[in-house]
Design a binder for this molecule. Sequence first.
Ligand SMILES: Nc1ncnc2c1ncn2[C@@H]1O[C@H](COP(=O)(O)OP(=O)(O)OP(=O)(O)O)[C@@H](O)[C@H]1O
Ligand SMILES: [Mg+2]
Length: 279
Amino acid sequence: MILAEPSLNVAASAATADGTGARHGSRVELVALGKHYRDGNAVLDGVNLTVAAGEIVSVVGPSGCGKSTLLRLLAGLDLERQGQVLVAGKPVTGPDRSVGFMFQEPRLLPWLTAERNVAFGVAPRQRKEAKAIAARLLAQVHLEKEARLYPRQLSGGMQQRVAIARALAANPSVLLLDEPFSALDAFTRMHLQALVLELWERTGLTMILVTHEVDEALYLSDRVVVFSERPARVAEILHVHVERPRDRRDPRLLELRGHLLEQLRLAGRWNPRKPEYEI
Ligand SMILES: Nc1ncnc2c1ncn2[C@@H]1O[C@H](COP(=O)(O)OP(=O)(O)OP(=O)(O)O)[C@@H](O)[C@H]1O
Ligand SMILES: [Mg+2]
């Protein structure tokens, strides 16, 4: 089946991170979004993008073009912007638990066990249930046996799984991921990509993923947004019309991969005299 719209192959019995069973991905809208740092550095220039509730969208583009800046604006971590950022129809006015964030590194608190790190992410109004929520989320990331261990006792991949669980503990409706697996080896990365899809099917979250991995973008996403050089504009939006579960060897993914590599000027032979590949 070829899907024209974001595919939502979600189990009917899906439950959210907090176990309520409600499905709650939010729509995200960027309208003429621009960003200039105070030193006059233009980073984003008129970015228009609507991400449907429950959609997975990847953002790829040259290093330094403004991808992390975009996620920071979306998360309300930076409010100096031109244009609008809307989550569930409301302007973003600051950090909010409805928007979760995962970084390249796990950023766990070293003095807390895995379970307590996850419980740390639970909203104050759910404080009483924090332990139960953390236990449930650790089971969902397949770390129930490691609940009492400290970050230093966990592998890099395990720590990143704790970080996913912590991000979900606040029961967000949007999850932003900034190169979340780039520090991991290729096998662990593939396992974590599959895990992210498992969690997405469970929760119906909207996910926006920044990645340098073309394969990762194509394996996970409904659409891949290609950014131009800085100041970043949307150069292209690629629909991944491949049903889930996906096979990484699917020829349709390989064809899209070739196209993306060309777009990013990473295809062909490296020319040392020019800072790009020749197609
Ligand atoms: N606080 C800041 N003040 C001034 N310039 C900044 C600031 N933060 C980032 N920049 C600049 O904005 C541009 C975009 O940075 P950003 O981190 O968003 O890029 P990126 O696309 O995430 O890059 P990468 O792929 O390498 O992670 C860069 O040129 C960077 O130097
Ligand atoms: Mg970045």
